[in-house]
Design a protein around this ligand. Structure first.
Ligand code: ADP
Ligand code: MG
Length: 630
């Protein structure tokens, strides 16, 4: 016995405008209509649950219905039905909530609670526009609803989202709301079971009530980031990581924190065990999902964390976020910047604590993910100082394979040492067999060993740590004796000053334009010669890299970088080869000349500057030939 004919209502003028914005520009992805309706269903169910608890002897209609959300679809007909057994709506509430501009029944509910000194953090909605998103994809929408109050009727609200809606009294509805969406032809795909399941799993995986598609529950994992730490087991943390990051590995460690000020944040961040970029899988995409009260806003938000933290997985949930905002505008919002600041700081602090309390865990993390932190030093000025504390390098003091922090390095440095020394090379062996380390070893001055190309950029970008400049140990003007004298036992008899000066000018004459200067040096111990770097800001490797880049780009050459640039050569007046050479150049100028050339090439090789060894090989045969004829 249907009673009355359907009533037609015009939407408020402002609603028409809002509808237009919602349908055409507010949301980037059409699929979020599912998220909005499921969120509304969850809110309606939460309100019912709240009323059940708050009003003990409340007279609830259909009191024994399960509190769950049911989704079903008919692919053929292009229809989706989303049903809840929440509080439902009366006729007045239908008009107020679905026909008035930006009216949020949920916000009103919260305000009423607030007035009585209560709060409910489980409600999602508050802006009163999410519902309209359904008109992005629907031809027509029917909302069947029955209020939870004992006395009441059932209604059907329907609209095609253009100018008006109708309300009609119907019969036989159960408590709650049943929304039937008739999809536009071009969006009928959303009615595919797989598609709808995929969307619900993506956005609504953590909704607090069971969400079932054709009877099968999809949200099996809880929103553990909203719980307090003591209520979550290690197993749950691990399971959640695998679920959220779609990971195959175990989490290395995690950071779970809640903050109220300056923003309300619940975050659960994971460091993975495996570095997928290191495996050659290409650049990782950011993987910390952004949520507002358990509902996904963006699974890969771009600016939530700095780029160098792209390996971090997990969830950031902030109740302060507007749920109904497009992803584009979200990325630049000042809110995201604030979140970024708080979260990055906390994550770095966690790393610092790990390094202090569990050095093995940290060192292992460093060996897998250190590259990301180095990238941070070179690109992120804001966090540079914090990042520098996290750097770890092998050094002339550590065993092969173990590392030191910069702070520990400084704690060992002698009083007079005002700089931090490093050497760059392909391996520990290469650095230790080269000429540069000798003088430092002889004086017990520690040198950091850098093996990766990015390390030089780290040094040049950071410039200093605790006001001590980073200086490459192949640098020309390091006054080592001022820091610490050479131990006596290492001193061998040196060539007399005048003989050594004469030898230097002989070598300079033989090498001509290839060297800018030849001098005797007490920085060498076991090697006869080395090339020193006159440019404090740029090591030999960097010059080489820049040269290669220039050649590739075909641009004009930088001064001093064309061909082989002239270099500064230092010889070791204590080395017997040098002493012999001093005697030889007077007797056999030709052989001495060849040896000078060879000396330069060997020094170039140690400095990583010799690109084509063919000349050197030929010359060494010439030398051998001359020697074997003697
Ligand atoms: P919001 O969720 O931000 O409040 P919506 O546009 O999504 O805004 O919904 C508007 C209002 O409509 C809600 O606040 C709620 O009062 C009402 N509403 C929507 N869906 C339901 C539902 N399934 N059951 C009961 N009320 C609902
Ligand atoms: Mg909503």
């Amino acid at each position: 016995m249907t009673t009355k004919a359907p009533e037609r209502h015009e939407f408020q003028a402002e609603v028409k405008q809002v509808l237009d914005i919602v349908v055409h520009s507010l949301y980037t992805d059409k699929e979020i209509f599912v998220r909005e309706l499921v969120s509304n269903a969850s809110d309606a169910t939460e309100k019912l649950r709240h009323n059940q608890v708050a009003e003990k002897d409340a007279d609830i209609f259909d009191a024994d219905l399960d509190l769950e959300i049911q989704v079903s679809s008919d692919e053929e007909a292009g229809e989706i039905t989303i049903r809840d057994f929440g509080i439902g709506m009366t006729r007045d509430e239908l008009i107020e909530n679905l026909g008035t501009i930006a009216h949020s029944g949920s916000k009103a509910f919260l305000n009423a609670l607030k007035e009585s000194g209560e709060r409910n953090d489980n409600l999602i909605g508050q802006f009163g526009v999410g519902f309209y998103s359904v008109f992005m994809v629907a031809d027509s929408v029917k909302v069947y609803t029955r209020s939870w109050k004992k006395e009441g009727e059932c209604y059907c609200w329907s609209s095609d989202g253009s100018g008006a809606y109708e309300i009609e009294e119907v019969e036989g509805e159960r408590r709650g709301t049943r929304i039937v969406i008739s999809l536009k032809d071009e969006y009928k795909d959303f009615a595919k079971k797989d598609r709808i399941e995929e969307i619900i799993k993506k956005y609504s995986a953590f909704v607090q009530f069971p969400v079932k598609v054709d009877g099968e529950k999809l949200n099996t994992i809880g929103a553990i980031w909203l719980k307090s730490k003591s209520d979550v087991t290690e197993e749950e943390y691990k399971e959640f990581y695998k679920f959220q990051a779609k990971a195959f590995d175990e989490p290395r460690f995690w950071l779970h924190f809640n903050a109220d000020a300056p923003l309300e944040i619940n975050a659960l961040l994971y460091a993975p065990t495996e570095n997928m970029e290191g495996f050659g899988f290409g650049r990782m995409e950011p993987g910390v999902g952004l949520y507002c009260r358990k509902v996904l806003i963006d699974s890969e938000p771009k600016n939530l964390l700095p780029d160098w933290l792209r390996f971090v997985r997990g969830v950031v949930d902030s109740a302060d976020l507007p749920l109904n905002i497009s992803r584009e505008s979200m990325q630049d919002s000042s809110l995201i910047q604030k979140l970024n600041k708080v979260i990055t700081k906390r994550f770095l602090k966690t790393l610092e604590e790990k390094a202090k309390k569990e050095p093995e865990v940290y060192n292992d993390f460093w060996s897998n993910f250190g590259l990301f932190l180095k990238e941070g030093v070179t690109t992120d000025f804001t966090h540079r100082d914090q990042l520098l504390k996290l750097l770890r390098y092998e050094s002339s003091y550590t065993e092969a394979g173990s590392t030191t922090s910069l702070a520990d390095y400084l704690s060992r440095a002698p009083e007079g040492q005002k700089e931090i020394y490093y050497l760059f090379g392909p391996s520990r062996e290469a650095i230790e067999s080269g000429p540069y380390i000798e003088a430092f070893k002889a004086r017990n001055i520690e040198v950091l060993y850098l093996y990766e190309p990015i390390d030089e950029f780290v040094m040049s970008h950071a410039r200093a740590f605790e006001e001590k400049n980073f200086v490459s140990a192949d640098n020309d003007d390091i006054d080592l004796d001022a820091i610490s004298p050479e131990t006596e036992s290492d001193k061998a008899e040196a060539l007399a000053a005048d003989a050594s000066e004469a030898l230097c000018s002989f070598i300079k004459e033989k090498l001509g334009e290839e060297v800018s200067e030849v001098s005797a040096s007490d920085r060498l111990v076991g090697s006869p010669a080395m090339i020193v770097n006159a440019d404090k800001g740029m090591t030999a490797q960097m010059r080489k890299m820049m040269k290669a880049m220039q050649q590739k780009a075909g641009g004009p050459e930088m001064p001093g970088m064309g061909g082989e640039p002239p270099v500064k050569l230092q010889i070791n007046p204590r080395h017997s080869l040098v002493k012999n050479l001093a005697g030889l150049h007077a007797n056999d100028g030709e052989l001495a000349g060849l040896i000078c050339q060879q000396l330069l090439d060997n020094a170039r090789m140690s400095a990583g500057l010799l690109e084509d060894p063919s000349q050197m090989v030929q010359r060494s045969y010439d030398i051998l030939e001359k020697l074997s004829a003697k």
